[in-house]
Design a protein around this ligand. Structure first.
Ligand SMILES: Cc1ncc(COP(=O)(O)O)c(C=O)c1O
Length: 354
Protein backbone atom coordinates (compact mmCIF):
# COMPACT_ATOMS: atom_id res chain seq x y z
CA UNK A 1 0.00 0.00 0.00
CA UNK A 2 1.14 3.49 -0.82
CA UNK A 3 1.86 5.67 2.17
CA UNK A 4 2.15 9.40 2.26
CA UNK A 5 2.56 11.14 5.60
CA UNK A 6 -0.90 12.65 5.73
CA UNK A 7 -2.09 14.66 8.74
CA UNK A 8 -5.82 14.27 9.19
CA UNK A 9 -8.13 16.83 10.79
CA UNK A 10 -11.59 15.30 10.89
CA UNK A 11 -14.72 17.35 10.79
CA UNK A 12 -16.50 17.56 14.13
CA UNK A 13 -19.86 17.82 12.42
CA UNK A 14 -20.50 15.78 9.30
CA UNK A 15 -22.91 17.40 6.82
CA UNK A 16 -23.80 14.14 5.07
CA UNK A 17 -27.16 13.76 6.82
CA UNK A 18 -28.25 17.14 5.46
CA UNK A 19 -28.45 15.63 1.98
CA UNK A 20 -29.89 12.72 0.07
CA UNK A 21 -26.62 11.90 -1.71
CA UNK A 22 -28.52 9.90 -4.32
CA UNK A 23 -30.39 13.01 -5.27
CA UNK A 24 -28.31 16.18 -5.24
CA UNK A 25 -27.59 18.69 -8.00
CA UNK A 26 -24.25 17.84 -9.55
CA UNK A 27 -21.19 19.85 -8.62
CA UNK A 28 -22.64 22.08 -5.95
CA UNK A 29 -22.54 20.08 -2.76
CA UNK A 30 -19.10 19.03 -1.54
CA UNK A 31 -18.21 16.19 0.80
CA UNK A 32 -17.01 16.71 4.37
CA UNK A 33 -13.26 16.58 3.71
CA UNK A 34 -10.61 17.63 1.22
CA UNK A 35 -7.02 16.58 0.60
CA UNK A 36 -4.24 19.13 0.12
CA UNK A 37 -0.53 18.72 -0.69
CA UNK A 38 1.79 21.73 -0.81
CA UNK A 39 4.82 22.17 -3.03
CA UNK A 40 7.53 24.69 -2.16
CA UNK A 41 11.34 24.89 -2.14
CA UNK A 42 11.56 22.40 -5.01
CA UNK A 43 9.70 19.60 -3.24
CA UNK A 44 6.36 18.35 -1.98
CA UNK A 45 6.55 19.48 1.63
CA UNK A 46 3.35 18.47 3.39
CA UNK A 47 0.06 16.80 2.82
CA UNK A 48 -3.06 16.86 4.92
CA UNK A 49 -6.79 16.30 5.02
CA UNK A 50 -9.03 18.99 6.47
CA UNK A 51 -12.74 19.64 6.63
CA UNK A 52 -13.88 21.07 3.26
CA UNK A 53 -13.32 24.82 3.47
CA UNK A 54 -12.30 27.92 1.51
CA UNK A 55 -8.70 29.01 1.49
CA UNK A 56 -7.28 32.52 1.71
CA UNK A 57 -5.42 33.57 -1.42
CA UNK A 58 -3.74 36.59 -2.86
CA UNK A 59 -5.38 38.42 -5.75
CA UNK A 60 -1.92 38.13 -7.35
CA UNK A 61 -1.99 34.30 -7.18
CA UNK A 62 -0.30 33.19 -10.34
CA UNK A 63 -2.87 30.54 -11.42
CA UNK A 64 -5.45 33.29 -11.75
CA UNK A 65 -3.32 35.34 -14.14
CA UNK A 66 -1.17 32.94 -16.15
CA UNK A 67 -3.27 29.80 -16.17
CA UNK A 68 -1.01 27.25 -14.53
CA UNK A 69 -4.08 25.28 -13.48
CA UNK A 70 -4.79 21.67 -14.43
CA UNK A 71 -7.34 19.17 -13.23
CA UNK A 72 -8.73 15.66 -13.46
CA UNK A 73 -12.16 14.09 -13.15
CA UNK A 74 -12.95 10.56 -12.06
CA UNK A 75 -15.55 8.66 -10.09
CA UNK A 76 -15.96 6.30 -7.13
CA UNK A 77 -18.81 3.81 -6.96
CA UNK A 78 -20.49 1.86 -4.18
CA UNK A 79 -21.41 -1.80 -4.68
CA UNK A 80 -24.56 -3.33 -3.21
CA UNK A 81 -22.44 -4.69 -0.35
CA UNK A 82 -21.25 -1.14 0.44
CA UNK A 83 -17.72 -1.52 -0.91
CA UNK A 84 -16.28 1.67 -2.47
CA UNK A 85 -14.07 1.46 -5.60
CA UNK A 86 -12.60 4.04 -7.96
CA UNK A 87 -12.62 3.54 -11.75
CA UNK A 88 -9.09 3.56 -13.23
CA UNK A 89 -7.56 6.19 -10.87
CA UNK A 90 -4.00 5.42 -11.96
CA UNK A 91 -4.91 6.52 -15.48
CA UNK A 92 -6.07 9.87 -14.11
CA UNK A 93 -2.88 10.07 -12.05
CA UNK A 94 -0.76 9.51 -15.17
CA UNK A 95 -2.78 12.01 -17.20
CA UNK A 96 -2.47 14.67 -14.48
CA UNK A 97 1.30 14.37 -14.70
CA UNK A 98 1.26 14.54 -18.51
CA UNK A 99 -0.62 17.83 -18.05
CA UNK A 100 1.81 18.97 -15.32
CA UNK A 101 4.88 18.45 -17.53
CA UNK A 102 3.37 20.39 -20.45
CA UNK A 103 2.38 23.28 -18.17
CA UNK A 104 5.83 23.44 -16.49
CA UNK A 105 4.34 22.38 -13.17
CA UNK A 106 5.81 19.83 -10.72
CA UNK A 107 4.62 16.24 -11.13
CA UNK A 108 2.56 14.86 -8.28
CA UNK A 109 4.09 11.68 -6.79
CA UNK A 110 1.94 8.55 -6.85
CA UNK A 111 2.00 8.19 -3.06
CA UNK A 112 0.54 11.68 -2.70
CA UNK A 113 -2.12 11.26 -5.41
CA UNK A 114 -3.20 7.74 -4.52
CA UNK A 115 -2.47 7.97 -0.78
CA UNK A 116 -4.45 11.21 -0.47
CA UNK A 117 -7.29 9.85 -2.57
CA UNK A 118 -7.64 6.63 -0.61
CA UNK A 119 -7.54 8.35 2.81
CA UNK A 120 -10.09 10.91 1.64
CA UNK A 121 -12.48 8.26 0.33
CA UNK A 122 -12.15 6.23 3.52
CA UNK A 123 -13.24 9.27 5.53
CA UNK A 124 -16.03 10.29 3.15
CA UNK A 125 -17.37 6.89 2.08
CA UNK A 126 -20.85 7.84 3.36
CA UNK A 127 -20.95 10.44 0.57
CA UNK A 128 -20.70 7.83 -2.19
CA UNK A 129 -24.19 7.32 -3.64
CA UNK A 130 -25.46 3.75 -3.63
CA UNK A 131 -28.09 4.24 -6.35
CA UNK A 132 -27.79 2.34 -9.63
CA UNK A 133 -26.52 5.36 -11.58
CA UNK A 134 -24.98 7.41 -8.77
CA UNK A 135 -21.28 7.97 -8.07
CA UNK A 136 -18.95 10.23 -6.17
CA UNK A 137 -17.30 12.64 -8.58
CA UNK A 138 -13.65 13.24 -7.69
CA UNK A 139 -11.90 16.43 -8.74
CA UNK A 140 -8.11 16.43 -8.25
CA UNK A 141 -6.45 19.68 -9.34
CA UNK A 142 -3.07 21.37 -9.29
CA UNK A 143 -2.72 25.15 -9.14
CA UNK A 144 0.14 27.65 -9.08
CA UNK A 145 0.05 29.62 -5.85
CA UNK A 146 2.90 32.16 -6.05
CA UNK A 147 1.86 35.64 -5.05
CA UNK A 148 3.62 37.25 -7.98
CA UNK A 149 2.84 39.16 -11.12
CA UNK A 150 5.23 38.17 -13.94
CA UNK A 151 5.03 35.46 -16.59
CA UNK A 152 7.12 32.55 -15.33
CA UNK A 153 6.43 29.18 -13.74
CA UNK A 154 5.29 29.51 -10.15
CA UNK A 155 7.59 28.22 -7.42
CA UNK A 156 4.77 27.10 -5.15
CA UNK A 157 1.77 24.89 -5.90
CA UNK A 158 -1.16 23.20 -4.21
CA UNK A 159 -2.49 19.81 -5.25
CA UNK A 160 -6.03 19.43 -3.98
CA UNK A 161 -8.73 16.75 -4.12
CA UNK A 162 -12.37 17.60 -3.52
CA UNK A 163 -15.36 15.34 -4.12
CA UNK A 164 -19.07 15.73 -4.68
CA UNK A 165 -21.90 13.24 -5.07
CA UNK A 166 -23.27 12.82 -8.57
CA UNK A 167 -26.72 11.45 -7.92
CA UNK A 168 -28.90 10.03 -10.65
CA UNK A 169 -27.26 10.85 -13.95
CA UNK A 170 -29.64 11.02 -16.86
CA UNK A 171 -28.03 11.88 -20.09
CA UNK A 172 -30.51 12.87 -22.75
CA UNK A 173 -29.44 12.24 -26.34
CA UNK A 174 -27.81 15.35 -27.75
CA UNK A 175 -27.54 17.28 -31.01
CA UNK A 176 -24.10 18.53 -31.94
CA UNK A 177 -22.86 21.14 -34.39
CA UNK A 178 -19.64 20.67 -36.34
CA UNK A 179 -17.60 23.80 -35.57
CA UNK A 180 -15.68 25.20 -38.50
CA UNK A 181 -14.87 28.74 -37.35
CA UNK A 182 -13.43 28.39 -33.85
CA UNK A 183 -10.87 25.81 -32.73
CA UNK A 184 -10.23 24.09 -29.42
CA UNK A 185 -6.67 22.97 -30.02
CA UNK A 186 -3.83 23.21 -32.51
CA UNK A 187 -0.85 20.99 -33.22
CA UNK A 188 1.90 21.84 -30.75
CA UNK A 189 -0.63 23.34 -28.34
CA UNK A 190 -2.24 21.99 -25.18
CA UNK A 191 -5.31 20.13 -26.46
CA UNK A 192 -4.03 16.85 -24.99
CA UNK A 193 -3.80 18.24 -21.45
CA UNK A 194 -6.55 19.03 -18.98
CA UNK A 195 -5.62 22.67 -18.58
CA UNK A 196 -8.26 25.05 -17.24
CA UNK A 197 -7.81 27.42 -20.19
CA UNK A 198 -8.96 24.77 -22.68
CA UNK A 199 -12.39 24.90 -21.08
CA UNK A 200 -12.60 28.69 -20.85
CA UNK A 201 -11.94 29.06 -24.56
CA UNK A 202 -14.60 26.53 -25.51
CA UNK A 203 -17.48 28.36 -23.84
CA UNK A 204 -18.15 31.09 -26.39
CA UNK A 205 -18.38 28.80 -29.47
CA UNK A 206 -20.50 26.37 -27.41
CA UNK A 207 -22.86 29.20 -26.46
CA UNK A 208 -23.25 30.12 -30.13
CA UNK A 209 -24.08 26.48 -30.98
CA UNK A 210 -26.61 26.38 -28.14
CA UNK A 211 -28.29 29.49 -29.52
CA UNK A 212 -28.82 27.50 -32.72
CA UNK A 213 -30.49 24.64 -30.81
CA UNK A 214 -27.49 22.32 -30.34
CA UNK A 215 -26.16 21.13 -26.99
CA UNK A 216 -22.52 20.86 -27.98
CA UNK A 217 -20.01 21.47 -30.74
CA UNK A 218 -17.79 18.94 -32.49
CA UNK A 219 -14.32 20.42 -32.74
CA UNK A 220 -12.48 20.05 -36.01
CA UNK A 221 -8.77 20.22 -36.79
CA UNK A 222 -7.30 23.73 -36.68
CA UNK A 223 -5.69 23.63 -40.13
CA UNK A 224 -8.41 22.45 -42.52
CA UNK A 225 -11.58 22.11 -40.42
CA UNK A 226 -12.22 18.88 -42.27
CA UNK A 227 -11.39 16.24 -39.64
CA UNK A 228 -13.44 15.57 -36.51
CA UNK A 229 -11.63 15.70 -33.17
CA UNK A 230 -13.87 15.59 -30.08
CA UNK A 231 -17.11 17.02 -28.75
CA UNK A 232 -17.28 19.29 -25.71
CA UNK A 233 -15.72 17.30 -22.88
CA UNK A 234 -16.13 13.97 -24.65
CA UNK A 235 -14.28 11.84 -27.15
CA UNK A 236 -16.21 10.78 -30.23
CA UNK A 237 -16.97 7.24 -31.34
CA UNK A 238 -18.78 6.11 -34.50
CA UNK A 239 -20.06 2.70 -35.51
CA UNK A 240 -19.80 2.53 -39.30
CA UNK A 241 -21.06 -0.77 -40.68
CA UNK A 242 -19.69 -3.19 -38.09
CA UNK A 243 -16.55 -1.20 -37.32
CA UNK A 244 -15.92 1.00 -34.29
CA UNK A 245 -14.17 4.13 -35.55
CA UNK A 246 -12.70 6.97 -33.49
CA UNK A 247 -10.32 9.86 -34.17
CA UNK A 248 -6.75 8.77 -33.39
CA UNK A 249 -5.18 10.44 -30.37
CA UNK A 250 -2.87 13.35 -31.09
CA UNK A 251 -1.69 16.45 -29.28
CA UNK A 252 -5.01 18.13 -30.09
CA UNK A 253 -7.21 15.50 -28.41
CA UNK A 254 -7.57 14.59 -24.74
CA UNK A 255 -6.87 10.88 -24.22
CA UNK A 256 -10.14 9.99 -22.51
CA UNK A 257 -10.17 7.12 -20.06
CA UNK A 258 -13.75 6.26 -21.00
CA UNK A 259 -12.68 6.19 -24.67
CA UNK A 260 -9.87 3.79 -23.87
CA UNK A 261 -12.28 1.59 -21.86
CA UNK A 262 -14.84 1.49 -24.70
CA UNK A 263 -12.15 0.53 -27.22
CA UNK A 264 -10.75 -2.16 -24.90
CA UNK A 265 -14.20 -3.74 -24.47
CA UNK A 266 -14.90 -3.56 -28.23
CA UNK A 267 -11.62 -5.36 -28.93
CA UNK A 268 -12.35 -7.93 -26.22
CA UNK A 269 -15.71 -8.58 -27.88
CA UNK A 270 -13.94 -9.23 -31.18
CA UNK A 271 -15.09 -6.07 -32.93
CA UNK A 272 -13.04 -4.29 -35.51
CA UNK A 273 -11.68 -1.04 -34.05
CA UNK A 274 -10.05 1.73 -36.05
CA UNK A 275 -8.24 4.69 -34.48
CA UNK A 276 -7.50 7.05 -37.33
CA UNK A 277 -8.39 10.38 -38.88
CA UNK A 278 -12.14 10.74 -39.38
CA UNK A 279 -13.20 13.29 -41.98
CA UNK A 280 -16.50 15.13 -42.18
CA UNK A 281 -16.86 13.86 -45.76
CA UNK A 282 -16.60 10.24 -44.60
CA UNK A 283 -19.30 10.71 -41.96
CA UNK A 284 -21.65 12.52 -44.36
CA UNK A 285 -21.06 9.73 -46.90
CA UNK A 286 -21.71 6.99 -44.31
CA UNK A 287 -24.90 8.80 -43.31
CA UNK A 288 -26.01 8.96 -46.93
CA UNK A 289 -25.39 5.29 -47.67
CA UNK A 290 -26.93 4.12 -44.39
CA UNK A 291 -23.81 2.62 -42.80
CA UNK A 292 -23.56 5.20 -39.98
CA UNK A 293 -25.19 3.16 -37.21
CA UNK A 294 -24.14 4.88 -33.99
CA UNK A 295 -22.52 8.14 -32.92
CA UNK A 296 -21.77 8.88 -29.28
CA UNK A 297 -19.53 10.82 -26.97
CA UNK A 298 -17.57 9.23 -24.13
CA UNK A 299 -16.52 10.84 -20.88
CA UNK A 300 -16.47 10.44 -17.13
CA UNK A 301 -19.58 12.60 -16.61
CA UNK A 302 -22.10 10.66 -18.71
CA UNK A 303 -20.04 7.57 -19.71
CA UNK A 304 -21.95 7.43 -23.02
CA UNK A 305 -23.81 10.45 -24.42
CA UNK A 306 -25.86 9.43 -27.42
CA UNK A 307 -25.72 11.83 -30.36
CA UNK A 308 -28.98 11.88 -32.30
CA UNK A 309 -28.25 14.59 -34.82
CA UNK A 310 -25.30 16.42 -36.34
CA UNK A 311 -25.39 19.89 -37.83
CA UNK A 312 -22.87 20.86 -40.49
CA UNK A 313 -23.01 24.17 -42.31
CA UNK A 314 -26.63 24.46 -43.49
CA UNK A 315 -27.40 20.74 -43.23
CA UNK A 316 -28.72 18.59 -40.41
CA UNK A 317 -28.11 14.85 -40.30
CA UNK A 318 -30.57 12.90 -38.21
CA UNK A 319 -29.07 9.69 -36.80
CA UNK A 320 -30.57 6.25 -36.03
CA UNK A 321 -32.74 6.05 -32.88
CA UNK A 322 -31.01 5.15 -29.62
CA UNK A 323 -33.08 1.93 -29.27
CA UNK A 324 -31.30 0.53 -32.35
CA UNK A 325 -27.82 1.14 -30.99
CA UNK A 326 -26.69 -2.24 -29.77
CA UNK A 327 -22.99 -1.51 -29.29
CA UNK A 328 -23.19 1.63 -27.16
CA UNK A 329 -26.09 0.22 -25.12
CA UNK A 330 -24.06 -2.91 -24.32
CA UNK A 331 -21.00 -0.78 -23.48
CA UNK A 332 -23.05 1.40 -21.12
CA UNK A 333 -24.53 -1.61 -19.32
CA UNK A 334 -21.18 -3.39 -19.10
CA UNK A 335 -19.32 -0.38 -17.70
CA UNK A 336 -22.10 0.24 -15.18
CA UNK A 337 -21.97 -3.42 -14.16
CA UNK A 338 -18.18 -3.41 -13.73
CA UNK A 339 -18.34 -0.23 -11.64
CA UNK A 340 -21.09 -1.53 -9.38
CA UNK A 341 -19.34 -4.90 -8.93
CA UNK A 342 -22.02 -6.82 -10.87
CA UNK A 343 -19.93 -7.68 -13.94
CA UNK A 344 -16.48 -9.31 -13.64
CA UNK A 345 -13.71 -6.72 -13.76
CA UNK A 346 -11.49 -8.68 -16.16
CA UNK A 347 -9.37 -5.65 -17.02
CA UNK A 348 -8.57 -4.79 -13.38
CA UNK A 349 -10.08 -1.32 -13.71
CA UNK A 350 -11.65 -0.99 -10.26
CA UNK A 351 -9.40 0.21 -7.44
CA UNK A 352 -10.86 -0.76 -4.05
CA UNK A 353 -10.82 1.64 -1.12
CA UNK A 354 -9.57 -0.60 1.69
C1 LIG B 1 -11.79 17.73 -23.61
C2 LIG B 1 -12.18 16.40 -23.07
N1 LIG B 1 -12.21 15.35 -23.91
C3 LIG B 1 -12.55 14.11 -23.47
C4 LIG B 1 -12.88 13.88 -22.14
C5 LIG B 1 -13.23 12.50 -21.68
O1 LIG B 1 -12.22 12.00 -20.86
P1 LIG B 1 -12.55 10.91 -19.76
O2 LIG B 1 -13.18 9.78 -20.45
O3 LIG B 1 -11.21 10.56 -19.18
O4 LIG B 1 -13.45 11.56 -18.77
C6 LIG B 1 -12.87 14.96 -21.24
C7 LIG B 1 -13.21 14.76 -19.83
O5 LIG B 1 -12.34 14.60 -19.02
C8 LIG B 1 -12.50 16.24 -21.72
O6 LIG B 1 -12.48 17.28 -20.88
Amino acid sequence: MINADIKIEKTTQSRVDNYDVNNVPFGKCFSDHMFIAEYANGKWEKSYITPYRDFPMSYAMSALHYGQAIFEGMKAYKSDSGEVSVFRPLDNFNRLNISAIRMAMPEVPEEIFMGGLMELLKLDSAWVPSSETGSLYIRPFLIATDEAIGVKPSETYKFIIITCPAGKYYSEPIKVLIETTYIRAVEGGVGFVKAAGNYGRSMYPTRLAQQKGYQQVIWTDGKTHSYLEESGTMNLIFVIGDTVVTPALSDTILAGITRSSVLALAREWGMKVEERKVSITEIVEAHKNGTLKEVFGTGTAATIAQIIGIGYEDDYYSLPPVEERTFSTKIDETLRGIRKGKVADNMGWMHKVQ
